[in-house]
Ligand binder design. Structure first.
Ligand SMILES: *Cc1c(COP(=O)(O)O)cnc(C)c1O
Length: 488
């Protein structure tokens, strides 16, 4: 595979700091920006939940990067040569070779998506009463670990949740907290330490290799395994290259090998890594492989497909090789950095430094008049959709749960995530979102809260329905029309 060591950072004569697309668009999908009256109807019909919008009502789909990255020409063409076979498919051999070459792990277990890997790992390693230290949880990770009787402990550094920060590695584990946890519960109760690359729920924030080495040292002293969630691994490797002195001159491939060498086993969702479905668990330890193997055949499928189609396995293999190409993995972080830095310059509250996956707007800073019990992140997601047709994802109290008394457990941070799937959006689309957010910030006093009208007991953020606490959406629309006339 070719590997051009280039990034999207190109100097402009004008001195402007703008990212450059190092690809050309060859297949396109038409988008619709509907009139605001239609958007208001759509968001009301969706119960103010952006998950429930239909894509025909959405202009820029910034809900997630999961399965929505643009595929490369090489990925699409690889799907044609897929080897249909229940067992022994050459497509799987190509995927194994890709994981061996790119991640340096030799035993591979395929799964249908990331959370399936979490199910298998949790069932194989966690028993009731166990304790799992990690930098931060992911929704599905936490659910599977708790289902198997484990309790998770998030031992991030004290400043990791600060919205405004210059800490390049907010995803690091606090080593003193890790030692204290082992001291308190004992190594026998800790099946593994989990490190999540480009820590999703705190704003796509990476950890450093220095931190991985320190975690490894403590783990070795106590005979504890180290597990890495590598779903957003490419971006974490890119940030290490950009932000950690020792690795400035290393290739992404060398950095990936260094990272994987420091963990006993890893898993990933290839919805994120390579924009296909599927995922895998990988390790160099045969004993760990054997401990999980039979759960794959039980829950996922035979060991050479694991619930994936062979076409997706082919595209995943190519996607893994492309993860070592800096032009591919720098694209999304460069666009995110552009939007984050421009918002920051305008005084609009946003998580800094810019991370992976998306731009994270700080909704408690944006809407200080909306109490957390009225879901400021959900309200801002609905308001931005209304005035722009762009849909983001609520990552705040709606994504949390209630306690045994029925009260909301208030989230640590209320974020509106605007995802940047790789190579999907252009610079002018990014500038459009920036422009509308700037207008919304100026008119933020018009945005009010939300209340639940239909609330599922589990993972309520997916299909729950809400309503506005009053007619603020109509007032916001009136101001929009006053300022924008009959523009979309
Ligand atoms: C998306 C994601 C998962 C779950 O993967 P799915 O393919 O959606 O099941 C797990 N961990 C992280 C960090 C993720 O971003």
């Amino acid at each position: 595979m070719e590997n051009h060591e280039q990034s999207c950072k190109v100097k402009f004569y004008s001195g402007e700091d703008i990212p450059l697309e190092l690809h050309k668009v060859r297949v396109v999908q038409k988008l619709y920006l509907n009139p605001i009256e239609q958007r208001l109807k759509a968001i009301r019909k969706a119960g103010f939940n952006t998950f429930l919008l239909s894509t025909t009502d959405v202009f820029l789909d910034m809900l997630t990067d999961s399965g929505t990255n643009a595929m490369s020409d090489n990925q699409v063409s690889s799907m044609l040569r897929a080897d249909d076979a229940y067992a022994g498919s050459q497509s799987f051999v190509r995927m194994e070779n890709a994981i061996r070459e790119v991640f340096g792990k030799k035993y591979i277990l395929p799964v249908h998506q990331g959370r399936a890997a979490e199910n298998i790992i949790s069932q194989a390693f966690i028993k009731k009463g166990d304790v799992i230290p990690m930098n931060y949880h992911f929704t599905t990770t936490k659910a599977h670990m708790e289902l198997n009787g484990g309790t998770i402990f998030e031992i991030y550094k004290d400043d990791a949740l600060n919205i405004k920060s210059s800490n390049p590695f907010k995803g690091n584990i606090d080593i003193d907290k890790l030692k204290a946890l082992i001291q308190k519960y004992g190594a026998a109760k800790i099946p593994f330490i989990r490190l999540e690359a480009s820590t999703n729920l705190i704003g796509g924030q990476p950890f450093s290799i220095q931190n991985m080495r320190e975690v490894r040292k403590v783990a070795d002293e106590h005979g504890i395994l180290v597990l890495m969630d590598a779903s957003l691994i490419g971006e974490n490797a890119y940030f290490i290259n950009q932000r950690e002195d020792e690795f400035k001159k290393k290739t992404i491939k060398e950095i990936l090998h260094t990272m994987f060498d420091l963990v006993d086993f890893a898993y990933f969702s290839s919805r994120k890594v390579s924009s296909t479905r599927g995922g895998a668990i990988c390790t160099n330890r045969e004993d760990l492989f054997l401990k999980m193997r039979d759960l794959v055949t039980l829950y996922e499928g035979f060991l050479t497909y694991g619930g994936m189609s062979v076409r997706e396995i082919e595209a995943m293999a190519v996607g893994l090789y492309e993860t070592t190409d800096e032009t591919v993995i720098s694209q999304s972080p460069s666009f995110i950095a552009y939007l984050v830095n421009e918002l920051d310059k305008r005084g609009i509250p946003v998580v800094t430094p810019a991370g992976a996956l998306g731009c994270h707007v700080d909704c408690m800073g944006f809407l200080p008049h909306v109490p957390q019990t009225e879901y400021p992140a959900g309200a801002l997601a609905a308001a931005l959709y209304l005035i722009s047709g762009a849909r983001g994802m609520e990552r705040g109290t709606i994504s949390s749960v209630r306690d045994e008394h029925g009260n909301d457990i208030l989230a640590d941070v209320e974020l509106l995530r605007l995802a940047f799937p790789r190579r999907v959006f252009t610079l002018s689309q990014t500038q459009f979102v920036l422009d509308r957010l700037t207008w919304l910030y100026k008119n933020r006093h018009l945005v009010g809260g939300l209340k639940f009208v239909d609330e599922p007991a589990v993972l309520r953020f997916f299909v729950g329905r809400l309503d506005s606490v009053n007619d603020w959406p109509e007032k916001l629309m009136a101001q929009f029309k006053a300022d924008f006339g009959d523009s979309l």
